[in-house]
Design a protein around this ligand. Sequence first.
Ligand SMILES: Cc1cc2nc3c(=O)[nH]c(=O)nc-3n(C[C@H](O)[C@H](O)[C@H](O)COP(=O)(O)O)c2cc1C
Length: 222
Amino acid sequence: MHIDEALTKRRSARAFRPDPVSRELMEEILQMASKSPSGTNIQPWKIHVVAGEVRARLEREVLAHRETDPADSGAEFPRTGKRKEPYTSRMRTLGKAMYGLIGIPKGDKEAGWRQWGRNYRFFDAPVGLILTIDKDLDAMSFVDVGMFAMAIMLAAKARGLDTCAQGAWNNYWTVTRRVLNVPDEEYIIFGISLGYADDSHPVNTLVAEREPLESFATFHGF
Ligand SMILES: Cc1cc2nc3c(=O)[nH]c(=O)nc-3n(C[C@H](O)[C@H](O)[C@H](O)COP(=O)(O)O)c2cc1C
């Protein structure tokens, strides 16, 4: 697959078929992703590849915790959570389109809560990825991990697989830390669902539009 085709065809999938993904295939994808660049080549990415019984346990324990302690949400690392324009509008546009496709009416908090909870089932994907980083690294290294994550998503796409990056996994990190034995010295940054998209599910017809080039690029000296 040409890189442009992978970039064009990659879209976040939020419903997956149960078909398994082999360890060999995951190793191949991660080998490819490890070719990502990083500042001074420190390669700060760390990843937990979760399937089978461990994945089921993680899902069970996070969802149980979420029901008993819904307020225990939020990242361990500093995040303001505040958004200003134009980001608020873009976020709302996405939410409206997504919940519209699933048939969740605006204001139905209960249904919204349940749908958001599907994040913690990895949207039924057979493989869940949890990315972590050493706490004493700075923002530049978070950039490196982002590049690594994008490489995973493109390498997956080139092999017929789909993904969804999930900031949702920086919530309930106390449970994820315990289940996956993530050392206290690391932050849980985000997760990725990985598997074969269920193309018959309406949520996967979502196309998140992009802003025109002029809105984000400033050219100098051409
Ligand atoms: C860092 C990051 C965190 C994200 N977190 C979530 C998430 O928690 N749940 C979710 O459904 N989608 C999540 N997404 C997916 C975005 O909503 C999606 O990438 C965006 O709407 C663009 O759509 P596309 O990926 O289909 O092109 C996340 C994406 C990124 C890059």
